[in-house]
Design a protein. Structure first.
Length: 179
């Protein structure tokens, strides 16, 4: 007997209220960085998880297209990827987060990416895809490149001051207490 409900066919794209799934490319290795990020609340799929031993045969454009089809966010240490494959990133409409250098390895970059988690989630929430973003060695998103349909535009993301460091906080509190 057939159901009266209409079946829902999806392209695998994530819904906006779901936490993002990050695909770690081969620049981060198979397990070490994923092992650091998962306990910190990141939903991680590695290239090895996805493609097994064929991971090294998967070309970057195929990886980018796969991320677009499945609604995943690409996390890479390959700074050239965002420039070399800019057209493919735009066509796939994905977000790519790239570390400023990957030579220091997962033990250094794991804590930095974890530290940048709030910035990463904020950018994913506020930016329309496609875009690329750079995670700095200080553990924050420092730069975003947006695609407007014609060209890429680079935006420097200002460092947020913690509330206690605001030079106006004391003045506001002083004025409100005099009322």
């Amino acid at each position: 007997m057939r159901s009266k409900r209409r079946s829902k066919i999806t392209s695998g794209e994530q819904q906006p209220d779901e936490p993002p799934i990050f695909l770690l490319d081969r620049t981060f290795g198979r397990t070490e960085l994923a092992g650091l990020l998962r306990p910190a609340g990141f939903q991680i799929v590695t290239l090895y998880d996805e493609f097994g031993d064929a991971e090294f045969k998967i070309a970057d454009p195929v990886l980018i297209t796969d991320c677009g089809f499945k609604g995943r966010v690409l996390l890479t240490g390959d700074q050239d990827l965002v420039f070399t494959w800019a057209k493919e990133i735009a066509e796939a409409k994905i977000a790519v987060f790239v570390t400023t250098n990957n030579n220091e390895g997962p033990k250094e970059w794991g804590p930095r990416i974890i530290s940048a988690r709030r910035d990463i989630l904020r950018e994913l929430h506020r930016r329309q895809r496609p875009f690329t973003a750079r995670i700095s060695a200080e553990g924050r998103v420092a730069q975003v490149r947006l695609y407007d349909g014609v060209r890429w535009k680079t935006i420097t993301v200002a460092k947020k001051n913690p509330p206690h460091a605001s030079k106006y906080r004391g003045k506001i509190n002083l004025e409100s207490s005099q009322l």
